[in-house]
Design a protein around this ligand. Sequence first.
Ligand code: WQD
Length: 345
Amino acid sequence: MIFITGGAGFIGSHAAVELLEAGHEIVVADTLINSQSEAIRRIKSITGKDFPFYQVNLLDYKKLNEIFTLHPISAVMHFAGLKSAAESEADPLAYYRNNLAGTLYLCEIMKRHGVKKLIFSSSAMVYDVSDDTPLIEESPLAASNPYGRSKSMTEEVLKDLLVSDPEWRIAVLRYFNPIGAHESGLLGEEPKGKPNNLMPFITQVAVGRRKVVQVFGDDYDTHDGTGVRDYIHVTDLVKGHVKALDYLETHEGLETFNLGTGKGYSVLDLIRTFSLATGIDVPYQIAPRRSGDAACYWADPSKAQSVLDWKVERDLMQMCRDSWNWQAKNPFGYKESMHPAASFL
Ligand code: WQD
């Protein structure tokens, strides 16, 4: 049975679908501070499968212990965490508490119950993203904000954990920029409040919830002056997680993988591709740079391709089509509603 933390969130909910469809049993936990219980209902409706869901914070040691006592958990996919670079600069304690301390508590419980297989959601933001070369797993690390540092500190903790007990099997997956949505349009990215990320902002403008996309800077040293990132379809991303889980079945130790496409696209590339894919012109205006933003970074995904036998299958047009399909079907995202699915311990 796989324990999914943050399983009501954008990536966690897509992972829950993939795991269920790959034949795994799951148990899901989420605080719902940045997600909706409606996503849990939709995972069940997409897969036709049931599973326990708990509204719980990873810092609640007692409740977490009860979940591990109640269920025969064999591995953990750990998505729970905060993920905005800008927000982390304004509230670093929230990021270290949720992302670093939350993972410490989780690993304590796992250790107590003899569960030693962990897939950890890390981030491309652990890298030194100042030079324009594709990032490999051995590229220098130099996180430039508390969010990225919370992830790189956690990676160091996991390395120490393995040294203390070689029985641990850990996959550290460094995400680039996940966008897109499940093909059904039932799951998607629905940040609370004003989106930090580019794609949900584009789709909220396209659906009429917002007026215009602010392009944060057009004077970067890139092909059109706007920021370049490695966008990856969330379904490709979570399929990489299932591959990593299979990998841990036969490999001890800690292994790190970049989950990106190996292609970089600018802000204007994304806006233009979105319009091509959907027929919707998205108004934008050039705005000042956002503090903490890097000009350009993208992945060299060859290690995940060869070691995990994983390859992305969806291109930028598909990512835009699926993001729009989600937003068009859910103009105001998930409807907030409390479902019997949420068991309260
Ligand atoms: C992308 C580009 C902005 C919003 C994300 C995640 C982070 C991590 C890395 C996983 C940049 C520009 C954005 C807008 C804009 N992923 N932009 N107008 O900052 O690369 O970080 O990927 O761990 O968790 O947040 O993503 O979508 O915010 O920005 O012009 O309204 O779009 O300057 O060039 P970012 P983003």
